[in-house]
Design a protein around this ligand. Sequence first.
Ligand code: HEC
Length: 286
Amino acid sequence: MKQIFTGITLALTLALTFTISALAGGWAIITLDELPGEVTAGEPLNIGFTVRQHGVTPLAGLTPTITAQLSGTKEVVRVSGKEEGEPGHYTATLTFPQSGEWTWSINAFITQTMPPLTVVTGSHVASEPFTTPVFAFPAILAGALGLAGVAAGLWFAKKNVRWAIALAAVGLVVGGVGFVSAADQPQVRNEAAVSVESSSSVDQVELGHRLFIAKGCVICHYHSDTYKDREIGVDIGPNLTDFAASPEDLRMWLNDPASVKPQTMMPTLKLKDAEIEALIAFINSD
Ligand code: HEC
């Protein structure tokens, strides 16, 4: 009986401690500078991001950790970020040892899961490029014809035909050129084909979906397509699952919410025009 009480007291104390620290610490959003484009195994990937407490105040003095895991394996890459540039801005360099689908998250005051990355195999990591000799048939044919010419010329020469010497000489030249060029054919290099998911092949809606997560919208807004991707959600903004608005209004809003509604709690996230277009496509998709 006494043990049960001790257990309950311990559980209550722990719960209280967590609640207090959550209240004291508040929350933050992490905004990636940009979505990583093509990521190649073995090559460093630089990322930059800003941490804003309560979505607004840049949070300096953190030591962020970035953790990436190759899906379906225990392979993990962990690096720390450092402050760089404006207050609350951090950078980190990640190198993925292997190609595949990597899930990753940034821990800086909060943990924010980022959109998964498809890491491709670099051409230098791929199997050695192979070479295919060019089929040298025309040159070899010329060489053979030339030799035939020489032989014919010599045969006719024995019979004292006047043009025979000329024929033999021409044959010698044609045959020589033919064989020399056959031996000298260039070898064609075939780079091993690499399948690359370039950003252009990702459609706008999918790009907007990833940006919604990577820019931190996901922390303040519930959206049924992205809620599984988040560790925390404060949902101070409206649920955007079924939200739609005219592209013109959304463009103004996303560019600078305060210019539309001065008292808004939604921050200006310094989005690029192309990012805004993709986000609009995602928000207005069904
Ligand atoms: C710090 C929290 C926060 C973040 C981060 C945030 N929003 Fe908001 N958002 C809000 C709040 C709060 C509102 C409600 C507007 C108001 O009344 O201030 C809002 C409103 C909106 C609206 C509705 C505008 C309207 O016309 O009703 C859209 C669309 C929107 N946000 C999209 C986004 C997108 C896309 C991102 C990420 C690029 C984002 N928000 C990031 C807090 C946030």
